[in-house]
Design a protein around this ligand. Structure first.
Ligand SMILES: [Zn+2]
Ligand SMILES: [Zn+2]
Length: 368
C-alpha cells in the first residue's frame, strides 16, 4: 500500500490516503521508493486550477528516491540505485532530444493525461485510478515511473537535497546557465524570489553576473535573495521596479531580466526593465488565459530585445543533474540552504500555506 497526498478537487486541501494500491512496474518502468519531495509552487498551481490536470491526482514532481524494482527491458537501473526524478521524461532518441532539447521530449505529450507514457496510471484508490502528476507523484511514498524520467546519482548525496534538483534547481539555475546568455559583469534582474527565483539568483552568480537585482513584495524573500547572491534588493509595491532597475543600471536597464512569478503585469515589467540589446526570460508559470500587451514592435527589431520562454531551465537532465551536483559538492551551489522546513506528508497543506505566505524557500517532505 502507498501513502500519498491526493488532490481530489480544485481549491480543496489535499487528502492523505493510506489505502492506495500500486501495480508492478510495466515494461520500461521502475518502482521507486520516494526518499524526499520538495513542495513546489507548481503543485499549488495544480491545486488551484492554474495548471489544469485530471483529478484525482497524486501531486509532487520534485523528488528523489531509491530504485526498488525494474520492469522488463529496463537497463541502467538496479534496486538500491539512488535517482532524481525528472518531471519531463527524456528519451534521448526523439526529434527534440536529438537536438539538445530534451526538456521538450516528444514522449512527454502524454503527461497531460495524468498517467505514464501509455496514458494510464499505476495507482488505484477507492476503486478508481489515481493520476500521477508529471509522470511522478512524489507526494506518495512509492511511485512507478518511466525509466526515462530518472537520473542516477551517487548514493552519498542526501535524498532531501537531491530532490530539490528535480524541479526548482534545474529550472532556476538552468534559466540562468542554459536559457539566458549571461556574460561576466552583467546586471541581472530577477522578479519573484521564491524557491525558483532564488535558484535563478544563484545561477546568475555562477554565470558571472556582477549585479543581481532581486525584486519581490515580501521582505522575507528579499532577505533570502541576499543570502543566495543578490546584490540589490527592491521591494515591489513601495517603488516602481522598472524605474529602480534602470536607476541601478546606469539608466540602461538590466542585461537580462527573469520573470519568475507568471503574472501578466510582472512579465510586462520584465520586458520594460531590460536594456536595449538585452534579453527577457519567462520562467514563472502563468494561468492559461494570461495575454501580454507587448511594447512597440520596434523594441524587438531595432532595440533587439529578445523574449525567451524557459521550460525546465532548458535542461538536458542527464547532463545537468551531474553538473549541478558537482557545483554543490564544490560549494558553489547552495542546496541545503534551500530547505526551510522538513515535514511529513501529513503537513503538505500547511506547506502550501507557508509558501503562499512567503515564509519558506522550500518545504521538503521526508519519507521514512
Ligand atoms: Zn516544480
Ligand atoms: Zn525524447
Amino acid at each position: 500500500m502507498v501513502t500519498a497526498a491526493v488532490l481530489t478537487e480544485v481549491d480543496k486541501p489535499l487528502e492523505v490516503r493510506h489505502d492506495i494500491e500500486i501495480a508492478e512496474p510495466g515494461p520500461g518502468e521502475v518502482l521507486v521508493r520516494t526518499g524526499a519531495s520538495g513542495v513546489c509552487h507548481s503543485d499549488v498551481s495544480v491545486g488551484n486550477g492554474t495548471i489544469p490536470l485530471p483529478l484525482p491526482m497524486v501531486l509532487g514532481h520534485e523528488g528523489a528516491g531509491t530504485v526498488e524494482a525494474v520492469g522488463e527491458g529496463v537497463t541502467g537501473f538496479a534496486p538500491g540505485d539512488h535517482v532524481v526524478l525528472s518531471f519531463v521524461p527524456a528519451c534521448g532518441e526523439c526529434y527534440t532530444c536529438q537536438r539538445g532539447q530534451s526538456y521538450h521530449c516528444e514522449k512527454n505529450q502524454m503527461a497531460v493525461m495524468g498517467g505514464l507514457l501509455d496514458g494510464t496510471t499505476r495507482l488505484t484508490s477507492q476503486g478508481a485510478p489515481l493520476h500521477q502528476m508529471a509522470m511522478c507523484g512524489t507526494f506518495g511514498d512509492q511511485m512507478i515511473v518511466p525509466s526515462i524520467s530518472l537520473v542516477k546519482i551517487p548514493n552519498d548525496v542526501p535524498l532531501k537535497v537531491a530532490a530539490l534538483i528535480g524541479c526548482g534547481v534545474l529550472t532556476g539555475v538552468g534559466a540562468a546557465l542554459n536559457t539566458a546568455d549571461i556574460r561576466e559583469g552583467d546586471t541581472v534582474a530577477v522578479v519573484g524570489c521564491g524557491g525558483v527565483g532564488l535558484n535563478v539568483i544563484q545561477g546568475a552568480k555562477i554565470a558571472g553576473a556582477s549585479e543581481i537585482i532581486a525584486i519581490d513584495t515580501f521582505d522575507s524573500k528579499l532577505q533570502m535573495a541576499e543570502q543566495f547572491g543578490a546584490t540589490q534588493m527592491v521591494k515591489a509595491g513601495d517603488k516602481d521596479p522598472v524605474g529602480q532597475v534602470q536607476a541601478l543600471s546606469g539608466g540602461r536597464g538590466a542585461d537580462a531580466s527573469f520573470e519568475v512569478i507568471g503574472l501578466g503585469p510582472t512579465m510586462e515589467q520584465a520586458i520594460n526593465m531590460t536594456r536595449t540589446g538585452g534579453e527577457v526570460i519567462f520562467v514563472g508559470v502563468p494561468r492559461m488565459d494570461v495575454v501580454l500587451t507587448l511594447p512597440a514592435a520596434f523594441t524587438f527589431l531595432y532595440l533587439t530585445k529578445a523574449l525567451k520562454g524557459c521550460w525546465y531551465g532548458s535542461s538536458v537532465v542527464q547532463r545537468d543533474v551531474p553538473k549541478l551536483l558537482g557545483l554543490y559538492q564544490e560549494g558553489k551551489l547552495k542546496l541545503d540552504e534551500l530547505i526551510s522546513r522538513e515535514i511529513g506528508v501529513d503537513d503538505v497543506n500547511g506547506a502550501f500555506e507557508a509558501m503562499q505566505a512567503g515564509e519558506v524557500a522550500r518545504s521538503v517532505i521526508v519519507y521514512d
